[in-house]
Design a protein around this ligand. Structure first.
Ligand code: CP3
Length: 346
């Protein structure tokens, strides 16, 4: 009886496949530069990685959007590029320019990295997880994450953001053995990293395949679906039934393959996916997350209301987590986020 009085954890209910009355809400990149309190906190440290590796700062950044908006899930404040950093690759974030890594372009470069991920180096991340979980209410879920191997490899090989992943795609055609070794290293590292995240207190993890859209469909399985599935299998050897959300941005119809050819728990959709199609083809198999266009949130007004209503109506018949179709952008007005939340929660 007592249990019935406790507020439900909407996020955890939904990922079990239960349709909740109102959907749980969180936003990719919800801790970030659109928040004045984040900008103030961020100003305390020059280096972005140092910020990520200082538990007090990472904890506070993780909690900021929860305190302001009361989201149903918090996502650990960190970055997908801490994995190459803990493999001994030089990683830096340049102000206004994004990440810079010393490129790993062949087997010789790869042989100079650590043979396995140095989890001691990531101890501050695990400490931040423990502290965040201890300060969150039980009805708020805590998400950990990592990048999918194809996405992480794109930064490791090119040394920076490359919108169409030209260097990595050329490597995939020219030197598939090298790329396979690199992907294997990232798979093993991601398993160890995610298992420690669960052991430190996260309730679920999301795998970000931000560049699924760069792969031709016939290579999607080899370089994206299979490595993701190996991570899922590896994590579940240690944490059976670990909830794992997969967000394969730009995969279009391939999202159905993510649902059927991996054992992902939840399928995250970007804003280009037709909600009606996904409701019919995917939501009948697995819970859906997404897929508001982050730029509709920048625009606000009636366009935002219409977009939110369309998504809610489309996914109304099954388990569904409200989210954006990619990370929130720094220009987003805070009152638009508030309006979005009111529209969803009623
Ligand atoms: O979602 C959250 O609030 C948690 C934190 C988080 C960050 N990065 C913080 C961050 C998460 C989940 C990520 C994931 C990430 N990082 C991805 C996958 C998701 C996606 O966006 O597709 C990727 C590709 C990266 C790599 C990355 N990190 C880039 C390309 C950049 C520079 C671009 C930019 O937005 O500045 C980062 C830096 C970064 N990671 C920032 C934040 C808040 C901005 C840097 C700062 O605040 O100084």
């Amino acid at each position: 009886m007592q249990n019935d009085l406790k507020p439900k954890n909407l996020f955890m209910e939904t990922i079990k496949g239960i349709k909740t009355d109102k959907p749980p809400i969180w936003m990719m990149r919800q801790a970030g530069r659109y928040l004045p309190e984040y900008r103030a906190l961020r100003a305390q440290t020059r280096s972005f990685l140092e910020f990520c590796y200082t538990p007090a700062l990472a904890v506070e950044a993780t909690l900021q959007p929860i305190k302001r908006f009361g989201f149903d899930a918090a996502i650990l404040f960190s970055d997908i590029l801490v994995v190459p950093d803990a493999l001994g690759q030089k990683v830096e974030f340049l102000e206004g320019e994004g990440p810079r890594l010393t490129p790993v372009t062949n087997q010789h470069d790869l042989d100079r990295l650590n043979p396995k991920i140095d989890l001691n180096h990531l101890e501050p991340v695990f400490e931040a997880i423990k502290q965040v979980r201890a300060s969150l209410a039980p009805q708020t879920a805590l998400l950990g994450f990592c990048g999918a191997p194809w996405t992480v490899a794109s930064y490791m090989v090119a040394g920076k953001s490359t919108p169409e992943l030209a260097p990595l795609r050329i490597a995939a055609y020219r030197d598939p053995m090298f790329l396979e070794h690199l992907i294997n290293l990232v798979v093993k590292s991601s398993i160890d990293y995610l298992v420690r995240q669960f052991q430190s207190g996260v309730n679920a993890v999301q795998i970000f395949e931000s560049f699924a859209g760069a792969l031709p469909p016939e290579l999607f399985k080899k370089w994206s679906l299979e490595p993701i599935q190996r991570i899922i299998d590896g994590v579940r050897l240690s944490i059976p039934d670990a909830p794992i959300l997969v967000f394969a941005r730009g995969s279009g119809l391939g999202n159905k393959r993510v649902a059927t050819e991996t054992s992902a728990t939840v399928i995250g959709l970007d804003w280009t996916v037709d909600c009606r199609w996904a409701a019919q083809e995917i939501q009948s198999l697995k819970p859906i997350q997404g897929n508001l266009d982050p730029l509709a949130l920048v625009a606000g007004g009636d366009a935002l209301k219409r977009s939110v209503d369309h998504i809610l109506a489309s996914f109304d018949r099954g388990p569904y987590i409200f989210n954006l179709g990619h990370g929130i952008v720094p220009e987003t007005p805070i009152d638009h986020v508030e309006m979005m939340i009111r529209r969803i929660r009623g």
